[in-house]
Design a protein around this ligand. Structure first.
Ligand SMILES: C[C@H](O)[C@H](O)[C@H]1CNC2=NC(N)=NC(=O)C2=N1
Length: 101
């Protein structure tokens, strides 16, 4: 997949399709709240599997009952590319199965 930097407009348009995701400096970010610590931990494991499949990894933080991601593309110099949105879409798709909101 291309790792060219996305323009502000391209980022804005993609974020509009991803509820709860936002820009934090030069990273995409989203936090999820879950029903328990174990549910949050299970979601972290699932996200890790997807990240390995995509070979694209976020800074993934497990809280008491929260999961937070912050991501950009290191190989493109720490800017946001389509690979970051590919990961965000995959996480957005798996979240409901974990009861994450
Ligand atoms: C060697 C390995 O394929 C690369 O280092 C991958 C690993 N995961 C990655 N994750 C992110 N966020 N950006 C990258 O450029 C990246 N590159």
């Amino acid at each position: 997949m291309a790792v060219e930097p996305l323009s502000s407009k391209e980022i804005e348009d993609r974020l509009a399709e991803l509820p709860g995701w936002s820009l934090d400096g030069d990273r995409l970010t989203r936090s999820f709240r879950l029903g328990s610590h174990f549910a949050a931990t299970a979601m972290v494991v699932h996200i890790a599997q997807v990240q390995e499949e995509l070979d694209h990894h976020s800074d993934l933080t497990l809280g008491y009952n929260t999961v937070s991601l912050r991501v950009n593309t290191h190989s493109a110099g720490g800017v946001i590319t389509e690979k970051d949105f590919e990961l965000a879409r995959r996480v957005q798709d798996l979240a409901p199965g974990h009861g994450a909101s």
